[in-house]
Write a protein that binds this ligand. Sequence first.
Ligand SMILES: [Fe+2]
Length: 169
Amino acid sequence: MNEITPANQFIPEHYDVIREFGTKDRHVGDDETPWIPYVAEGAFWKPLRFDLASGRVWAMLWVQGPGIIGRHQHHGSVVGFVVEGSWYYKEYDWVATPGSMISEAPGGIHTLVTDHPTGMKSLFVTEGVMEFFGDDGGYAGSQSMFWNIDEYVKHCRKHNLKINEKLFY
Ligand SMILES: [Fe+2]
């Protein structure tokens, strides 16, 4: 939180409680969190925020070439934003390209495909549990914020990286 200085005399309303109880503005640099192998070949994710109060995960997803993230169902809502490359869901007729925003509804089932030569990079803000389906259509595991935290912590310990406390708020 910025401190009040003589050159900055405006005292905002509730300043004391904001300073005592408010969460801080923060910045997470590109090199402050690692790319962690994800569930599919050539796919990695990078944690940006674990929202402990809502169970929401902010993360980049990077698929390094043509590839697939298996069919899954969401039990919360998701927002995606494409930064590089392109991708689509097998179940729909649109293609997401840089600048596209994607909104996924609770209950939605889809299969992410990129056939772009350099794959895709996108930001996803994911709420709730994701359940994956195997090739036979049966249940193949689930992911929640604590799954992501567990993967992040295990990755940091394995590679002797410092756990970035700024991601947890
Ligand atoms: Fe999804």
